[in-house]
Ligand binder design. Structure first.
Ligand code: MLT
Length: 244
């Protein structure tokens, strides 16, 4: 990373689609959408189709062969009635997802992805595959925007922390010259809280919400760093994997 601009948007609602045009975009939803996408592709899902809402999900599901497609996702953290899988990455085992295409619908994460369709390239980031994203950004020549999904328009600590960590690692530990305000804030969050990401994630607002709904297993799972070198990329509306 050198002269290009770098910015961070802190929620799926905090920007317009045209602000991502021609940029390299990194989508972050640590709890849990991007961690789940990375896990599904690690476990050899064929691809993931992000959708805006339940209406779009059922429209696609009605027109495909249900042997090869799974309807997946959550509303307000809970599995949606009639769906094959919810949004716990731990559900996305090889037995469940191998060879399948997932129609994936979540409260904030897939909305952020859908808003990035007009950008030059879209990388899917989680702590699980952080280094793969960092490596890609080191070679990136375009302006970069890290889009944190957040929660219903609000900042999410776990997403901001990963954004700051990615900037820190891809820029050799110094704030890039052309960092915009969002990148400076995320970088500062990483400098202050980056020593103990597991605790920061488990104490975040969304973690507390999730703990009450589904327990703590997902929180521990999503706090793992670099368990895979898979780099999911969005192409023609489908996310699939590029190996590191
Ligand atoms: C989202 O897209 O808002 C989430 O990933 C919520 C969740 O299931 O934890």
């Amino acid at each position: 990373m050198n002269q290009q601009e770098m910015d961070v948007f802190f929620s799926a609602h905090s920007f317009r689609e045209d602000e991502l045009r021609d940029k390299a975009v990194v989508i972050i939803d640590v709890l849990r959408a991007t961690s789940t996408i990375v896990t599904a592709l690690m476990n050899v899902a064929r691809g993931v189709i992000p959708v805006e809402d339940m209406g779009e999900a059922s429209k696609i599901a009605q027109n495909v062969d249900s042997d090869n497609y799974l309807l997946c996702g959550e509303k307000d953290g809970m599995k949606i009635e009639g769906y094959n899988l919810g949004n716990s990455p731990l559900e996305y085992t090889n037995e469940e997802v191998s060879g399948k295409t997932l129609i994936f619908n979540t409260t904030n994460g897939t909305k952020a992805i859908k808003k990035s369709l007009g950008s030059a390239v879209v990388y899917i980031a989680s702590f699980l595959n952080e280094n793969a994203v960092v490596e890609a950004l080191r070679n990136e020549k375009r302006d970069v925007v890290l889009v944190c999904a957040g929660w219903k328009g609000r900042l999410a600590m776990e997403d901001s922390l990963l954004a700051g960590s990615i900037i820190h690692k891809s820029c050799g530990g110094t704030l890039p010259e052309n960092a915009r305000d969002g990148a400076k804030v995320a970088f500062g969050i990483y400098e202050k809280y980056g020593d103990d990401i597991g605790t920061v994630i488990r104490q975040s607002n969304h973690a507390i919400r999730l703990k009450n709904l589904v327990g703590t297993d997902d929180l521990y799972y999503c706090s793992q760093v670099d368990i895979t070198d898979h780099l999911p990329i969005l192409h023609d509306g489908i996310i699939s994997v590029k190996h590191g």
